[in-house]
Design a protein around this ligand. Structure first.
Ligand code: PLP
Length: 483
């Protein structure tokens, strides 16, 4: 079947380009397993589909997996519909996420809600995207007759979400580096207690940056990378972003009665992946009033939205906080939003990121595009350790609900920045069980352990402890990727 030339020339949500303009147009499966675009930019769809009122109305009635299919399938045209539908239904099951709703909405008071994204296997929102990614990776690798060895570094949430999504899958192994003795006992137990033959935990005697440096060195060795089919599942992965768009729709439908109402979202942010998914939902026509970005002490993004200045931090300037998954020095998905903000001018984006490389940042305050920022609905703020502790205490006293420190940042900033009369949905990005120390400080007792996680910390652990030595890590991987 031939496609009319006029159709081919049209911008399609299922065709992908780079924010720096030098990548041949690609399809979903071409970009699924990759990280950065070959020109150093990030992969984005040529266009966002704009949903009509009738399409939005029809979506309101759908179950989570059907809604996920309705949204994600717009961005995919190289997987058979029946296959994609089956994968989405396997990923978003009641048994995996604890309820058929997958991301239930909890109302704290009229007009103030918590969208519960953390009921997956690792108790953080990253499971929502990662569980689908596991299905997609296995499917595409099998179709192409390939295997992949995922190499990553984690300080907590991402690594465990990746391991739980990939465990037991055919054609995939995971090698995950973590800083020896630096994660919380719960996080450590979550990862190291996995006994699956395709999961390899490597604890490095060092800090997270040492782990990250080893991953960069190993991936930077092109010969090793090719010989051992090394890949990644980092936060810039496009499929992860698009999977996260779904729960903005789900949250909106749960909090409203009709599609003429507006809501705002508060999003605890680090690498800008979660809130960027909200931006996409808004561009698709979901009636989102504000996207409220919450930073912790590491306020790179809050500074940008307030001033137009994007200034990346050194690791020395990056604080270790009690909302550690938001401790970022630069925001890896942010380039995707700037691409939209500058009217998709790839030459401009390439120039801005050259300035990031050479001068540590850029300033858009004087650029014409800065005056258009308001049309995207962003607001921002920051929240400190004392603010988090106070919020955990306040929400517990007022509503009898215990929130985690990341969610606390979101609620603090969301409540401060919200417009009166517009319902606010705060994204719950992790459960308090993962961050016992801060919960003890706020409430004077341990957080509740969800059913099934009792005794997690006393389960048998499986981990190789190694020095921060690139060659030793390569030898370890090479010995385990023979076929
Ligand atoms: C990863 C993470 C975040 C930050 O999300 P981004 O997509 O990187 O902005 C916030 N909270 C928790 C608990 C996380 O794990």
């Amino acid at each position: 079947m031939s496609v009319p030339a006029s159709k081919l020339a049209q911008a399609s949500p299922a065709r992908y380009i780079s924010t720096r303009g030098r990548m041949p147009v690609a399809r979903f499966c071409d970009v699924l397993l990759g990280g950065l675009a070959p020109d150093g930019g990030l992969v984005v769809p040529q266009a966002y589909p704009r949903l009509g009122a009738d399409e939005l109305a029809a979506m309101r009635k759908l179950s989570y997996p059907d809604l996920a299919f309705a949204i994600i399938s717009r961005y995919v045209d190289d997987i058979a519909e029946a296959d994609l539908k089956a994968m989405v239904h396997r990923a978003y099951r009641c048994e995996v996420f604890g309820s058929a709703e997958i991301t239930p909405l909890k109302t704290l008071e009229p007009g103030l809600h918590l969208l519960q994204l953390s009921n997956g296997p690792t108790l953080a929102f990253k499971d929502v995207a990662m569980q689908l990614l596991g299905e997609l990776f296995e499917y595409v690798l099998a179709r192409e007759g390939r295997t992949l060895n995922i190499l990553g570094a984690t300080s907590g949430d991402t690594g465990s979400a990746a391991e739980y999504a990939m465990r037991g899958r055919k054609g995939i192994r995971v090698f995950m580096l973590s800083p020896h003795g630096k994660m919380s006992p719960f996080q450590r137990a979550q990862m190291y207690s996995l006994q699956d033959a395709n999961i390899f935990n490597i604890a490095i005697r060092g800090v997270f940056d040492d782990c990250q440096d080893i991953v960069k060195a190993v991936s930077g060795d092109a010969a090793f990378k090719n010989a051992h089919r090394i890949g990644a599942v980092n936060s810039i992965n496009w499929a992860r972003v698009v999977a996260q768009v779904v729960y903005y729709f789900k949250g909106y439908f749960s909090a409203t009665r009709g599609n003429d109402e507006e809501v705002s979202f508060a999003v605890p942010s680090g690498n800008f992946g979660n809130i960027f998914a909200g931006h996409i939902a808004r561009m698709m026509g979901l009636p989102i009033r504000q996207l409220i970005l919450a930073s912790n002490e590491n306020d790179v993004l809050d500074e940008f939205f307030k001033s137009g200045r994007y200034r990346v931090r050194s690791s020395r300037e990056t604080a270790q906080t009690s909302s550690p998954s938001m401790d970022i020095s630069k925001a890896s998905n942010f380039e995707r939003f700037v691409f939209d903000l500058v009217q998709r001018d790839a030459v401009m984006v390439a120039r801005l990121w050259r300035e990031v490389e050479e001068a540590g940042g850029f300033n858009l305050a004087e650029a014409p595009c800065w005056r258009t920022l308001a049309q995207y609905g962003f607001a921002s703020g920051r929240s400190s350790h004392a603010d988090r502790v106070a919020a955990i205490r306040r929400i517990h006293q007022k509503y009898g609900v215990t929130i985690d420190p990341h969610t606390a940042d979101g609620i603090n900033v969301g409540v401060a920045q919200r417009e009166t009369g517009v319902p606010l949905i705060c994204l719950e990005t992790a459960l308090p069980a993962k961050f016992a120390e801060t919960i003890r400080e706020a409430l004077g007792r341990d957080p509740e352990v969800p059913p099934g996680y009792e005794g997690l910390e006393s389960r048998l652990q499986r981990v190789a402890v190694m020095d921060p030595d690139v060659e030793a890590v390569k030898t370890y991987i090479a010995g385990r990727t023979k076929n």
